[in-house]
Design a protein around this ligand. Structure first.
Ligand SMILES: NC(=O)c1ccc[n+]([C@@H]2O[C@H](COP(=O)([O-])OP(=O)(O)OC[C@H]3O[C@@H](n4cnc5c(N)ncnc54)[C@H](O)[C@@H]3O)[C@@H](O)[C@H]2O)c1
Length: 391
């Protein structure tokens, strides 16, 4: 068994979750961290009892010849620069989504991947979650006949916590939440539909977050912190560590800026229509101020309808026997696992290991990352220009 020496760039919230899974894999040995914040690196090390080399400049980490692969979990606007630097120095790369915040940036990353001959995997964990894999398999095997249409709803109830209290809230940092959050869903839609995008049209707006509060206001210092529905409050998540111990992680320690501050300019409500070359049409709705947190994927084919309900961990299939008979319901339950992203974190790491072992680029590789970004970028273009974008 080959053991890969790993360096991690960016040690915020994402890394806190992912490291739990990395530590369970014998194929990985984390040797170094890099973050501009010493505090964040210390927090990660203390949480998992790790003694690792730490660098505030990621280039110093990359200059280490003993490191085989890097995991990049920095903010989106650093992905392109850091991935290109890592590939240039001969490291395999696990890059969090999106690949970059512009299409040109993503193409530059792919070019460097090809020149370097190294593996690039993009953090599309849902592809490796067994519930989503089952959905893809059922549709591919024709359970609902020929796929014709899809309705995808993404209710991002905890969006304030994740996206509006820090760097995620501005276009300059993310190029919009359809790249940041929506790229997971565009990737799943592209994967299931299995065709090239032909047309896209979208509407979007910022209805709830942002406002006229000062950009430097933080929740702890705000006069309204006791009445504000969006004020950051300590939140804990319990999970099992590699040694079987249960741990209680303070999970939103990294962010505290006001969710109604002036600089916020990303949309919090999106409606996107996509048409593919094979004729399949899909609508995608992403709203960041709903009370619930869920992804619902509905696909309809010539024989029936499939519904994946993420929060309830189920897939239901209804077959259209005739226009009145709708009783046949096939239910798949509890396919998601308990760990990060319903098992997606664990299995995407397996895919990364396999790709490095075989030298074959993974399914969730650069091309998938580029296509998912493209949908998000073109949706914004459609919103701005008020027109249908034909590819
Ligand atoms: N695949 C998934 O499901 C998933 C889930 C969450 C986040 N993410 C991705 O992970 C990335 C990080 O998100 P997060 O929520 O952890 O953000 P975060 O702000 O909590 O963490 C980012 C970390 O990067 C550090 N950083 C900033 N500039 C840096 C630099 N130049 N070099 C090294 N480190 C730097 C910050 O100090 C911080 O510790 C994002 O790109 C996000 O899209 C993916």
């Amino acid at each position: 068994m080959k053991r890969y020496k790993i360096g991690i760039i960016g040690t915020g919230m994402r890394t806190m979750f992912l490291v739990n899974e990395i530590l369970k894999k014998n194929e990985f040995e984390i040797v170094a961290l890099s973050d501009v914040s010493n505090k964040n690196m210390e927090l990660l090390c203390s949480r998992y009892n790790l003694k690792l080399d730490k660098y505030t400049d990621y280039k110093e980490l990359l200059s280490r010849k003993d490191i085989d692969a890097v995991i990049i979990c920095s903010p989106d606007y650093y992905h392109e620069e850091q991935a290109i630097a890592a590939l240039s120095l001969g490291k395999h790369v696990f890059l969090e989504k999106p690949i970059a915040i512009t299409k040109e940036g993503a193409l530059r990353v792919l070019k460097k991947r090809d020149e370097s001959n190294k593996i690039l995997i993009v953090g599309f964990v849902l592809r490796y979650n067994k519930l989503y894999k089952k959905m893809k398999e059922l549709i591919q095997n024709g359970i609902i006949g020929e796929l014709k249409t899809g309705w995808v709803l993404h209710s991002v109830g905890a969006a304030s916590d994740w996206y509006f209290h820090d760097w995620h809230g501005t276009m300059k940092n993310t190029n919009g939440l359809l790249l940041q959050k929506g790229s997971h869903d565009f990737d799943i839609i592209n994967w299931v539909v299995n065709s090239k995008l032909k047309k896209i049209v979208a509407f979007g707006s910022r209805d709830f977050f942002g406002g006229n509060k000062p950009d430097n206001l933080i929740c702890e210092e705000c006069k309204e912190k006791t009445i504000c529905t969006e004020a950051i409050k300590p939140r804990y998540i319990t999970w099992e560590k590699a040694n079987g111990e249960k741990t209680n992680v303070h999970y939103n320690v990294w962010r505290n800026q006001c969710a109604f501050r002036n600089e916020i300019d990303v949309f919090d409500n999106h409606q996107v229509l996509l048409e593919y070359n094979n004729g399949v049409k899909v609508s995608y709705m992403e709203c960041h101020y709903t009370p619930d947190d869920n992804r619902e994927y509905i696909f309809i084919g010539t024989k029936g309808k499939l519904k994946l309900d993420d929060a309830n961990n189920t897939i239901t299939v209804q077959i259209r026997n005739n226009m009145y008979d709708r009783n046949e319901n096939i239910v798949y339950k509890n396919l998601q696992e308990n760990d990060g992203h319903g098992g997606g974190d664990e299995h995407i790491l397996d895919a990364f290991i396999e790709a490095m072992n075989t030298g074959i680029q993974p399914e969730a590789g650069g091309e998938a990352g580029l296509k998912a970004m493209q949908a998000g970028i073109l949706a914004y273009e459609s919103i701005k220009k008020l027109k249908i974008i034909n590819l």
